[in-house]
Design a protein around this ligand. Structure first.
Ligand code: SAM
Length: 284
């Protein structure tokens, strides 16, 4: 564990499905701390039993986090060590723990992460979508109006978007994404990661929606939805357009030169035509 395990809050990642994804450092930490603060003590009991860990557990979930954080702070101030775990994956990532960590840090007590599984990172790493820049959006609102509003606000985002989604709302969310982001936008559905029925499928939104709608098995289990960011239009500068038109109008009729420029430089035909006409008139 650490050189000074006392008065430290450890943030310990646990598996998101496959128990073998538990790191040795995570096991050692959970064995050696004085208290494990778990989101659901019964759920985590299975994991601890698997690794023969008998450390005392107390529950810290979204409804008691404020009050339990004070209790845990007092324990840390007395020199005890605490490990925070959630039901699966990395605590604080769409899981409780933020209030506890910020309170503990405010009191200058050491917080140590013990990294491991995280559904969004696993999904991104295998999705085939750009991974250099991404935006994790957590869960979308369950009500359609609010969900559509959030999706509309993200329609021009150029980073890869990552959402956690419940299987019950998957089809409805994909339908809204298809309507708001456009059916050609490439997306990935990463289901049941690290488990027996793991599926990671990347296709244009229209095809993904069609596939999920026609196969109810794809609407089961846990899932992450990733959507590629909007492609930045390569805007050609006015100088580039003028240069090309100047060359072409020497050899071709204005209309033809404009059409060729429009398709090569991704500029509208009307703009290219107006510019070509102006150049032609200036040359005469
Ligand atoms: N803290 C967790 C993490 O590090 O990923 C996330 C907790 S959040 C309450 C649970 C959501 O994470 C699920 O609804 C699903 O969207 C995603 N998730 C968790 N495990 C998953 C898995 N094995 N496969 C796909 N998605 C998963």
């Amino acid at each position: 564990m650490s050189d000074n395990p006392t008065a430290t809050l450890y943030i310990v990642a646990t598996p998101i499905g496959n128990l073998s994804d538990m790191s040795q450092r995570a096991i050692d930490t959970l064995q050696e701390v004085d208290i494990i603060a778990a989101e659901d003590t019964r759920h985590s009991g299975t994991l601890l039993q698997h690794y023969s860990i008998s450390t005392l557990m107390i529950s810290v979930h979204e409804h008691n986090e404020q009050q339990r954080s004070e209790v845990l702070l007092a324990k840390l101030q007395q020199g005890e060590s605490v490990a925070l775990i959630s039901d699966a994956g990395t605590p604080l990532i769409s899981d409780p723990g933020y209030r506890l960590v910020s309170l503990v840090r405010e009191h200058n007590i050491r917080v140590v992460p013990i990294p491991g599984s995280c559904a969004l990172i696993s999904a991104l790493s295998a999705s085939g979508l750009p991974s250099d820049r991404f935006s994790f959006e957590g869960f979308l609102p369950s009500k359609q109006g609010a969900r559509q509003q959030v999706l509309t606000s993200l329609a021009n985002e150029s980073r890869t978007l990552i959402f956690y989604e419940s299987p019950r709302r998957l089809q409805a969310s994909l339908t809204d994404m298809n309507a708001i982001f456009g059916e050609d936008r490439v997306a990935c559905l990463a289901r049941e990661l690290t488990k027996l029925h793991e599926t990671i499928t990347t296709k244009p939104l229209a095809d993904l929606l069609q596939w999920v709608s026609s196969d109810s098995n794809q609407q089961r289990g846990e899932c992450v939805v990733l959507v590629e960011g909007v492609q930045q239009q390569k805007e050609s500068s006015e100088i580039e357009i003028n240069n090309m038109l100047s060359l072409l109008i020497k050899e071709l009729p204005v209309k033809k030169a404009a059409a060729l420029t429009a398709s090569l430089l991704e500029v509208s035909k009307n703009t290219a035509y107006d510019m070509a006409l102006k150049l032609k008139q200036e040359a005469e």
